[in-house]
Design a protein around this ligand. Structure first.
Ligand code: IMP
Length: 426
């Protein structure tokens, strides 16, 4: 019998919608939370009272000691970053033990040369992506090439060293073609091997085969949340290629990355902001390269959690959200930054595109050829201190109900401030 109690949390725009906050909120009564995609290109922030936690690899549930936090097979891991994150959490008094953190032994490892290649490729490409520089793309390339190194390979020094050498032989050829003078010698291989074994000393108590317990928990009908990273329009197949990440952060990708089948899913929550933002390059029809965009950035504190880069900001684009609703199979929406957008007296929302002199309401492959068609809504609302939907100002409710109607998906959570307590359930 299929027990459906799995929820997937995904981003509907270009990332940074507040997935961490929603995941943490939903995990209140969950048994297990699984991070399933991406790597430490993600930056998930959770604010509980005066405590602010910024996580890149650990699931946002880690601050709840009774929840099992899992880093699933689809995540690529930079062990130096993960060790640092675990130790920082422990120093802050957060329990991170083998009881509440499990890391899949199938996860691929980001190696130091992946970061070199990421930077060098960005330097030579005509279409620069504006990557996070964390080595994500080269790690996924090696995974697909079948020369990747996985956590399970850290169990044997001999095996690890031979895999490092093999992978470097290929990477060295690539770098030579790119005319760099980066050269990895035998000592380099040995040093990397020793460093990774040291990280493994710290990580090994958490490492396991997630197939040994995930099916049992899911089959018991316990509440499970899969925490997505990145977002729909950074998806390598469905986003704005080539300005995308190297994996599938949509809901189906999150299932692949956790090893759970689609029939177990009860709900897919699409997280969005009441405006749009994007870091890195790529098309962005509603971008505001003016004072209004600057004001959104300042009011919404739109600076990257991972790289600190200022985010590009613009009006809400509902055509994108509608596309994300279909591809992710959304069952509910979480709209964040409703307080931020309410500071504008007039709010524009993109409801269609002018695409090569035609009006369209779908997302074409060449998004750069789309000009937004806006509808204007009344803003100027104050949501401070409100924690019930029917107490929200009428204009705020009109705005949210307009989103529901357009996307044809109910709004279930509303973020009216950065603190977890500032979440309204509809
Ligand atoms: P990469 O994932 O580092 O290769 O970067 C590819 C693109 O995805 C760049 O535009 C990044 O800025 C963007 N990106 C990757 N992860 C995130 C994220 O978690 N939030 C927002 N943008 C991201």
């Amino acid at each position: 019998m299929v027990m459906e109690n799995v929820y997937v949390v995904v981003g509907t725009q270009w990332g940074d919608e507040g997935k961490g906050r929603v995941t943490h909120y939903l995990s209140n009564d969950a048994k297990m939370v699984i991070r399933a995609t991406g790597g430490n290109n993600a930056g998930h922030t959770v604010i509980v009272g005066s405590d602010k936690f910024a996580m890149h690899l650990l699931p946002s549930s880690i601050i709840r000691k009774d929840v099992i936090s899992v880093i699933g097979p689809g995540v690529v891991i930079d062990p130096e970053v993960l060790v640092g994150e675990i130790q920082t959490m422990q120093k802050r008094g957060v329990q991170v033990s083998p009881d509440n953190l499990k890391i899949s032994n199938r996860c691929h490892l980001i190696m130091p040369w992946h970061k070199d290649i990421d930077a060098i490729l960005e330097g030579v490409k005509t279409n620069k992506i504006g990557t996070t520089g964390r080595g994500i793309g080269p790690c996924f390339s090696e995974k697909a090439q079948r020369t990747g190194i996985r956590i399970i390979d850290l169990f044997s020094e001999e095996l690890l060293l031979s895999k490092i050498k093999e992978s470097l032989k290929i990477s060295q050829n690539l770098l030579s073609l790119l005319a760099t003078d980066r050269y990895y010698d035998a000592r380099y291989s040995w040093n990397v091997c020793q460093n990774y074994l040291e990280y493994f000393n710290i990580l090994s108590p958490f490492v396991c085969d997630t197939n040994s317990f995930i099916p049992e928990i899911v089959d018991r009908g316990e509440k499970v949340i899969i925490e997505g990273a990145q977002a729909m329009y950074l998806d390598i197949d469905h986003g704005n290629y080539p300005y995308v990440t190297s994996s599938n952060p949509i809901s189906s990708g999150a299932l692949v990355g956790s090893g759970i089948g689609p029939t177990y899913v009860r709900g897919v929550i699409g997280v969005m902001k009441a405006y749009s933002s994007r870091v890195g390059e790529g098309p962005f029809p509603t971008e505001l390269r003016d004072e209004t965009g600057d004001r959104i950035r300042e009011l919404g504190h739109e600076y990257g959690t991972t790289t600190g880069r200022p985010r590009r900001c613009g009006w809400l684009d509902l055509v994108l959200i509608k596309g994300a609703a279909f591809t992710n199979g959304l069952t509910g929406l979480c709209v964040n930054h409703v307080d931020t957008i309410g500071k504008f007296d007039e709010i524009n929302v993109c409801v269609a595109y002018n695409y090569k002199n035609q009006i369209i309401t779908y997302v074409p492959t060449d998004l750069e050829n789309c000009k937004p068609i806006y509808k204007t809504y009344k803003g100027g609302w104050n949501t401070q201190g409100i924690n019930q939907y029917d107490q929200l100002p009428l204009d705020t409710r009109d705005y949210l109900e307009m989103i529901e109607e357009y996307v044809d998906i109910p709004v279930v959570y509303i973020g009216v401030g950065p603190d977890e307590k500032e979440t309204i359930i509809k």
